[in-house]
Design a binder for this molecule. Structure first.
Ligand code: HEM
Length: 152
């Protein structure tokens, strides 16, 4: 018997067909992205370079982790679940490109541990692109504040 509209499960994606195709192609899912985010931030939090930057700004980790799962669900699977604005949150951070490289090293390591090869490639490509644009935004903010940009 065909399902009626009322008995269908709630739509979890703004673009269900695309999301389905991406999940099949990459092996990524809510469960995998949750493991990726939790695994990644457990490394970040104890990292001597990045840990203190996060610890000074995030006291309650649960909402941050939930937000980051929504972010990765939006970025990797186009579900539209994340509605925030990352640029202003990074513009004032005391970071150079070296910090982003460290962030990316830990992200690549975790993605390769948790995802399929296709899934890891998919999320790493997106992380690299976003890291470059967040770095540029943080440099622009510094320049506007009258400081010399750091090339390190
Ligand atoms: C040097 C590297 C990075 C550092 C130190 C850093 C640090 C932070 C901190 C401290 C926050 C919390 C800000 C707040 O709530 O006030 C945050 C939020 C966030 N970060 Fe990063 N981050 C880095 C790189 C990245 C990269 C590469 C991405 C994406 C690929 C990313 C995505 C996000 C997102 C989506 C949020 C949530 C923004 C919101 O509140 O909606 N971050 N980050």
């Amino acid at each position: 018997m065909p399902q009626t509209q009322a008995s269908l499960p709630p739509i979890r994606s703004a673009r269900p067909a695309m999301t389905q195709e991406m999940m099949e192609r990459t092996g990524l899912s809510d469960a995998v992205l949750t493991d990726l985010v939790h695994g990644f931030y457990s490394k970040v939090r104890v990292d001597p370079v990045l840990g203190p930057i996060f610890a000074a700004r995030i006291t309650d980790w649960e909402p941050h982790l939930e937000k980051m799962v929504d972010f990765w669900s939006s970025v990797a699977l186009m579900t539209g679940r994340y509605h925030g604005a990352p640029v202003p949150k990074h513009a004032g951070l005391p970071v150079t490109w070296g910090h982003f490289e460290r962030w990316l090293d830990l992200f690549r390591e975790t993605a390769n541990e948790i995802c399929t090869v296709e899934g890891a490639t998919h999320v790493i490509e997106r992380a690299e692109r976003i890291a470059r644009s967040l770095h540029m935004a943080s440099q622009d903010a510094r320049r506007q504040a009258g400081n010399v940009p750091s090339l390190r």
